[in-house]
Structure formats: structure tokens, C-alpha cells
Design a protein around this ligand. Structure first.
Ligand code: HPA
Length: 268
């Protein structure tokens, strides 16, 4: 996997000498949540990375400036449920890290479990529970990082404070909580959501925890932002659909855009 990530990074370096300080992964329906002064863009396919098959995920990297910082935006991601191994699904974020990003902001759409979460809320991820296969399973490649990476504070506590202050300036309160990753692609059952709540989860999704593991493996600072697109199964009294998730994303995209611009301006 290291060779594949390194070869993608080499292809990128052939095309641009742009070195991002920060990378931002945009989740479901959030593809336009960054107002980047675009300098260069490239499709995942051109880097030999798997493209996303999911509506609402574009599958390209865009490079440019945001709030004075050099940023790479990953528009769309690949998921374990698309049939890739976890190790393959995290390749795009690994490439962003190899290309220079020391901080990565992972965004996603998630179902709200905590009773006080409303649709449209944004939650800073404080910790996660990963029910998808760990992306580090298999022989360890020391060029990425150690065999047994520490996961005491996977989501950088200082960055959570930065995000809270940024949200205040944007005029809303940032929620904070635990994200649980199921494999998907079916949404969870009501019983699974009840279990997740008992385990301590506040929001549920299908992507971010494995990316965080891979990035912490590489020593990269991680911030996670879940936007609550729906109340999780069994809590809203109506069936869930991916269309509903995307529709809610469109409503929240401006709020996320303002928040990301503030956060990036503040990251040291
Ligand atoms: N469950 C899992 N993933 C999701 C959800 C959900 O309710 N909403 C958006 N992504």
C-alpha cells in the first residue's frame, strides 16, 4: 500500500509543486463546502486511486488557498462498503499526508443519536468507535508508521477548541461527541442505533474512523466534523434515504463553508 500511495504522490508531484499544509475531506453532499482559490485539480483516477461510485462524491483533489493557507480539498471519498478494503479506502487521505498535509480535517454526513442533536447541527468528533475493519490490518509498513499507534486522543483536542471558537464567531454552537462507524451501506437498524447509543456514540456514519486511524498512524493531526443530516434510524419515525442526506447537506453547506474558512484561518 505504501508503494501505491507513494506512486500516487509521485504522479501528483509531476503535475504540480503545490505543497498543502492542510487537507480537507468533504463528505456526502458537501463537495462545495470550501471556497478555494483554485490553482490545480486532479482526478483520483489520474493518480491511480479508486474513484468514488457514490452520488454526491466527486473523486478529485483540488489545490489552492483558503484563508491564506495552502489547502488540498479531497472532494469525495471511497468507502469500505463500495467493495474496497479499509486499507484501500484510506489511500486518498494517505496521499494527501504524503504530499505534505500535516493537518487533515475530515467532514462527513452522519445520523444523530444524541437526543439534543438536531438536523443541521455540526459536531466536532471527540472520539470514535470503529466497527469497520481496521485499515492497518496486514503487515505493517514502517514507512507509514508504527505497528501499534496510540489512539488516546485521535482527534486533536487543541483543534477541537479552535473549531469551537470558530463556530462561535460564525454564530452557532458546535456540538461535540463520539462518532461510530458502521460498515454500511444499509443504514443501521433501530436496534443497532439503540446499541450505539448505549455504547456512548452520539452520531453514526460510514466513513471517517478508518481515515482517522490511517492518519494517526502517519502522525498527522486530525479534526473530524460531522454534520447531522438526519436523526438516526428509529429516532425520527420515518425511513431514511441517501437523497434525504444529500438534500440536508445542501441546506448546511453554507454553514460548513463559513466554519471551515474560519477554522483554516486559525490553524497554526
Ligand atoms: N447512518 C449512517 N450513515 C449516515 C447516516 C446515518 O443515519 N446519515 C448520513 N450518513
Amino acid at each position: 500500500m505504501f508503494d501505491r500511495a507513494e506512486s500516487a504522490c509521485a504522479k501528483l508531484c509531476e503535475r504540480t509543486d503545490f505543497v498543502p499544509e492542510i487537507a480537507i475531506v468533504l463528505g456526502s453532499g458537501l463537495g462545495d463546502a470550501v471556497d478555494l482559490d483554485e490553482e490545480f485539480s486532479i482526478g483520483y483516477d489520474e493518480l491511480g486511486l479508486p474513484g468514488s461510485t457514490v452520488h454526491g462524491h466527486r473523486g478529485r483533489m483540488v489545490f489552492g488557498r483558503l484563508s491564506g493557507k495552502k489547502v488540498a480539498v479531497l472532494q469525495g471519498r471511497v468507502h469500505f462498503y463500495e467493495g474496497h478494503s479499509s486499507a484501500t479506502a484510506v489511500l486518498p487521505v494517505r496521499v494527501a499526508a504524503l504530499a505534505g498535509a500535516k493537518t487533515v480535517i475530515l467532514t462527513n454526513a452522519a445520523g444523530g443519536i444524541a437526543p439534543d442533536f438536531e438536523c443541521g447541527d455540526i459536531m466536532a468528533i471527540r472520539d470514535h468507535i470503529c466497527l469497520a475493519p481496521n485499515p492497518l490490518i496486514g503487515p505493517n509498513d514502517d514507512r507509514f508508521g508504527p505497528r501499534f499507534p496510540d489512539m488516546t486522543a485521535p482527534y486533536d483536542p487543541e483543534l477541537i477548541e479552535v473549531a469551537k471558537r470558530a463556530a462561535q464567531r460564525c454564530g452557532f454552537e458546535l456540538k461535540e461527541g463520539v462518532y461510530i462507524q458502521f460498515t454500511g451501506p444499509s443504514f443501521e437498524t433501530a436496534a443497532e442505533v439503540k446499541m450505539a447509543g448505549i455504547l456512548g456514540a452520539d452520531a453514526v456514519g460510514m466513513s471517517t474512523a478508518i481515515e482517522t486511524i490511517a492518519l494517526r498512524h502517519m502522525g498527522v493531526r486530525v479534526m473530524g466534523l460531522s454534520f447531522i443530516s438526519n436523526k438516526a434510524c428509529g429516532l425520527a419515525g420515518k425511513p431514511l434515504s441517501h437523497e434525504d442526506v444529500n438534500r440536508e447537506s445542501e441546506r448546511v453547506v453554507r454553514k460548513m463553508r463559513a466554519l471551515l474558512a474560519e477554522i483554516v484561518g486559525d490553524i497554526q
